[in-house]
Ligand binder design. Structure first.
Ligand code: SAH
Ligand code: SF4
Length: 350
């Protein structure tokens, strides 16, 4: 039994060969599954009764059940999906408006159920890793949300900033990116997809070899090893010197600008001296630093964000020393849909 949403064109062609079907059927099925976002195998209306029956017997589509949809005052939406084995994941739709040419819908997708990395400011990390998502479960988040949105403004950007560490499910994440990018599928530009990582150094080298134009974002969150190890256990394994070397090597190979995330925590990583340390750390790199006011998470209540004015001053300070920094707009806080607030628990159902 395989999941059709996980199949690329090649595997569909092989499947058709085994079923003694003409190969053009593979293209038809690909279009139904990856472009038209069908939610039931029987919706494939032009592939013939016999093939349809065979597909129904041997395969599933890999559809997820929407358990809950929450809408924030700012238009952000959070979805809780039940997977075929009863596990839950969440993803978040952010609507950016204003200037029409810049209007876009960005979907923040999950790559794993839970996460093994245990960053202490993050809700996802608190319950550990359950399992990796399949390719179909990753692309399925975009398909299900697009089906809910209708045709008006489909998802145009995808960020792997939901639940899980994408670099620990890298094969599936890369395959999902390829499917989402396919012109016969959703046709989402590869530059409009971002992979965010807590810093799995060997996988960053692998990503560089992938030779694809997605954006790589690194969750930095602290300017020195002492602080970073306190909040991100992965820093013990891959300390900052290793991480920054990997980033420099990545940039040397790919020539691409890097993104860094910095969750600003009051009294912890927001001091004047930290600006200096960040300057030294990022020197010579072509990069952008997103400063995110830390979001409150149950179990990490001692992390507070600085005041708005303080955050602005911190960012100004960074700019003054040549660090290309800006404040990340906060979205969906009232529905626990902001960075680090995803849990994917049925417990949340009220
Ligand atoms: N595992 C990946 C991607 C998912 S997390 C990673 O860590 O990069 C997406 C982003 O949200 C990361 O930058 C993460 O560090 C950040 N984040 C997690 N908890 C947060 C919180 N409470 N406040 C602000 N950002 C948070
Ligand atoms: Fe995992 Fe990212 Fe959360 Fe850390 S911040 S626990 S790596 S999801």
């Amino acid at each position: 039994m395989s999941e059709l949403r996980s199949c690329d064109l090649r595997s569909l062609e092989e499947m058709m060969q085994q079923l003694q079907q003409p190969s053009f059927r593979a293209k038809q099925i690909f279009g139904w599954v990856h472009q038209k976002n069908i939610t039931d195998i029987t919706q494939m209306s032009n592939i013939g009764k016999n093939l349809l029956a065979m597909l129904q017997n041997e395969h599933t589509l890999g559809v997820m059940q929407l358990e809950k949809r929450q809408v924030s005052a700012d238009g952000t939406e959070k979805y809780l999906f039940r997977l075929s084995d009863g596990e839950f994941i969440e993803c978040v739709l952010m609507r950016y408006r204003g200037d029409m040419s810049k209007a876009r819908n960005t979907l923040c997708v999950s790559s794993q159920v839970g996460c093994a990395m245990g960053c202490i400011f993050c809700a996802t990390g608190q319950s550990g890793l359950v399992r990796n998502l399949s390719v179909g479960e990753i692309v399925g988040q975009v398909y299900e949300v697009n089906a809910l949105l209708g045709e008006k403004m489909p998802v145009g950007n995808v960020v792997f900033m939901g639940m899980g560490e994408p670099l620990l499910n890298l094969d599936n994440v890369l395959k999902a990116i390829e499917l989402l990018n396919d012109v016969q599928g959703q046709n989402i530009g590869i530059r409009r997809m971002t992979i965010s990582t807590c810093g799995i150094v060997p996988q960053i080298a692998r990503l560089a070899q992938a030779q694809k134009d997605f954006v790589l974002a690194i969750s930095l969150h602290a300017p020195n090893d002492e602080l970073r190890s306190q909040i991100m256990p992965i820093n013990e394994q891959y300390p900052l010197a290793m991480l920054m070397n990997a980033c420099r090597e990545y940039q040397r190979v790919t020539k691409k600008r890097l993104s860094f995330e910095y969750a600003l925590i009051k009294g912890f990583n927001d001091q004047e001296k930290h600006i200096k340390q960040l300057e030294m750390l990022l020197k010579g790199l072509d990069c952008h630093l997103n400063v995110i006011p830390v979001n409150p998470v149950a179990g990490a209540g001692h992390f507070q964000k600085p005041s708005r004015e303080y955050i602005s001053r911190f960012v100004q300070g960074l700019k003054k020393v040549g660090v290309n920094a800006s404040i990340r707009e906060e979205k969906g806080k009232d529905i626990d849909g902001a960075c680090g607030q995803l849990r994917g628990k049925i417990k949340e159902l009220s």
